[in-house]
Design a protein around this ligand. Structure first.
Ligand SMILES: [Zn+2]
Length: 59
């Protein structure tokens, strides 16, 4: 079931990407990152829930 269906009070059905366009992404950590382990670096990859944009952050 799409997450939008459990938010009946939202006016728009599609994810609101207005914040994304303004640079306020909803980052979630992507735990399955093979590159971080492969290179021996502590890098966390994040993905935006709304627009799917990805970024990496060295910790
Ligand atoms: Zn975004």
């Amino acid at each position: 079931m799409p997450m939008a269906d459990i938010l009946p009070f939202k006016k728009a059905r599609k994810p609101d990407q207005t914040l994304c366009r303004n640079g306020h992404h909803k980052w979630r950590p992507v735990k399955s990152d093979p590159f971080a382990v492969h290179r021996g670096e502590l890098i966390t990859r994040f993905r935006c829930e709304r627009c799917g944009l990805e970024k990496t952050k060295a910790t």
